[in-house]
Design a protein around this ligand. Structure first.
Ligand SMILES: Cc1cc2nc3c(=O)[nH]c(=O)nc-3n(C[C@H](O)[C@H](O)[C@H](O)COP(=O)(O)OP(=O)(O)OC[C@H]3O[C@@H](n4cnc5c(N)ncnc54)[C@H](O)[C@@H]3O)c2cc1C
Length: 299
């Protein structure tokens, strides 16, 4: 009972799961449609068909021997697989975990993001899904990976995925951005986004926002909103302009290296998260930043 089995939806996700799995100090196996994703990163690779249904995958995983931990990626499908596998094995399932250690002590958000629960999992095998971006992708590794086919049992398929249409989230992929200038409801008019975009261009940054800007006001597409229900980002620089700093937002940039906040209210909670804080009206501060950056660029 000494193996952690990774079940990722794609290669990037696998590399995050590998980083987490290494902390568990167990043998690492990966269940993947394409062995090249995992070659060199894990001890055993179990190949599965690319179009396998969740019914078959869950049955195949449940049939694996000597597994201590199943580690999924907590996107929607990963959580479904984890829940079904936990039920099938009669064990506990913990979704959306943000950290895990070798004793199987996990952390995950509690009370809608207002707290963090730390849980010691005693059940074996344990079924756990890890939140995207909770771990940095493993950059390189030199394990000897044995490849074999995972036996797939004949099971009755109760539902089949027909197709997935990608939702239009906007042009940016904030998860990959090194710098993000994010704006909140401190902005009074949609037209004023132009000023934020100008600042972002000068900093070579992507534009992000709080949820109301995307979900309620629809000033930016959904893919721009950072936080618990939006994207989780890990840039080198995160600038929060006119954003109050509610936990549902700040949890989205927990892994940012440097946080700069601009807010008119010196008591705004965002300043508790910021490395640098500017108390002031964004309508004065942002144009001044633009002016100074332009001057710096023009030498
Ligand atoms: C279940 C749930 C999930 C959620 N998920 C998310 C999420 O993923 N992401 C997210 O962002 N939110 C999320 N929210 C909403 C979240 O709780 C906050 O309501 C939201 O983040 C607030 O957005 P905001 O800071 O832009 O607006 P506000 O809270 O209205 O703050 C605006 C800020 O701008 C400042 N300001 C005003 N005028 C100026 C000015 N001229 N210059 C400078 N500063 C100024 C104010 O002082 C204030 O601090 C969620 C809520 C729930 C209940």
């Amino acid at each position: 009972m000494n193996t952690v089995v990774l079940v990722p939806p794609k290669k990037d996700a696998l590399l995050e799961l590998v980083s987490a799995a290494e902390a568990l100090e167990r043998r690492i196996a990966a269940v993947v449609p394409d062995p090249s994703w995992a070659q060199g990163y894990v001890d055993e690779i179990y190949r599965i068909p690319g179009d396998i249904s969740n019914d078959k995958l869950v049955a195949a995983l449940a049939g694996m021997n000597d597994v201590d931990v199943f580690l999924m990626y907590s996107d929607r499908n990963g959580k479904e697989i984890a829940a079904r596998l936990g039920a099938k094995l009669g064990t506990s399932c913990y979704n959306d975990c943000t950290s895990i250690d070798k004793n199987l002590e996990i952390e995950r958000m509690a009370y809608g993001g207002k707290g963090v629960a730390r849980i010691l999992i005693k059940a074996r095998p344990a079924v756990i899904s890890l939140k995207p971006k909770a771990y940095k992708p493993k950059e390189s590794s030199n394990r000897r990976s044995e490849v074999r086919d995972l036996p797939i049992p004949e099971v009755e398929e109760r539902c089949l995925l027909k197709n997935v249409e990608e939702k239009e989230l906007g042009a940016v992929d904030l998860t990959k951005a090194e710098r993000i200038v994010s704006v909140g409801r401190g902005l009074k008019r949609k037209e004023d986004l132009e000023m934020i975009e100008k600042l972002a261009r000068l900093l070579n940054a992507a534009v992000g926002c709080s949820r109301p800007i995307a979900a309620d006001l629809k000033w930016l597409p959904e893919g721009h909103h950072v936080g618990m229900t939006g994207v989780q980002v890990s840039p080198k620089l995160y600038m929060a302009i006119g954003i109050s700093g509610q936990i549902q937002h700040t949890i989205g940039f927990r892994n940012a290296e440097i946080v700069v906040a601009v807010n008119i209210d010196k008591g705004a909670p965002i300043f508790e998260e910021a490395d640098y804080g500017v108390v002031g009206d964004l309508y004065q501060i942002v144009p001044e930043m633009i002016k100074q950056l332009k001057e710096m660029k023009e030498g």
